[in-house]
Design a protein around this ligand. Sequence first.
Ligand code: SF4
Ligand code: SF4
Length: 310
Amino acid sequence: MSDIKIEDIPFKSEVMPAVLDPNAEIKFKCHKGISCWNACCKQADITLTPYDILRLKQATGKDSSGVLKDHTVPFTMDADGVPGIKLRTTDEGTCLFMDEETGCTIYENRPTACRYYPLGNLSLKKADQAHENQHFVLVKEDHCKGHEEDRGINIQDYRAEQKVEDYDQHNIEYFQLILKKKSMGPGVGKPPEMSLQLFFMAAYDQDRFRRFVLSDAFKNNYTLDDKTYDDIANDDVACLYFGYRLLRQVLFNEKTIAEVDGALEKRAEERKEVIEMRRKLEIEKSKSNDPYLSYKLEVEEEKKRDDKEK
Ligand code: SF4
Ligand code: SF4
């Protein structure tokens, strides 16, 4: 447990709380009528996982792009710019899903961190096998009076009560990916911008990622069987898991998706051509007064690339 740090705790805490095992008993109860009803949701700082986005899609009936636009804000998780997302709040910090009277308006689909509160699940942040190596912390914030209620409950029973199992199961792959990226350390260097954009799309903007995988551009580079295509087209969870596979291939060179013969070389060649095109463009621009020159040259180069594709 010694490798657990205070920044791993998902809620604000001045001191490192004791690390608890799954059989530990906590004293806590939240219910409508408690004096602090909604206080936690009025200072919501909720980091979302990709599976949370799937559930927010179900809750709102929006696609992933709509959920991201209306209900989240982006942030960077580390110095390499790996993207994360949080629940959007009002300027005062109130969650947009909170209703004074009823509380959480998306209760059945509320995010992982909301379900666990006031527990922090460090298993997902520290271990490859969350179910074999579970550890938690109990965070006591002043505004939360649930700790003063007279109910003892075992952590496993609390997890069952809050229905976190599905969430944990589908979050493991995501946390493994982040852990692997972290464990590679700064020596490996920052992933290229294109890989970070792919990370954002595959992890969070899943419907856009699905369209990308079903496009000709993807098929020109990777070979998938019909069943995999079918699953990606029709099943959100399958699409998410395929995204994790592709990210592992792109970020860590863990090859599980067949590449079209010669696709890698073709992509490298195309990249070289783009660099050369930009270089020529800069030279031509410096010599010419034609304001449309860049545009004309780009159209010309694009046409050349299209002709080659045919
Ligand atoms: S999603 Fe629900 S439980 Fe979570 S902060 Fe918002 S209102 Fe509260
Ligand atoms: S008891 Fe804690 S979790 Fe429940 S409403 Fe109050 S602040 Fe929120």
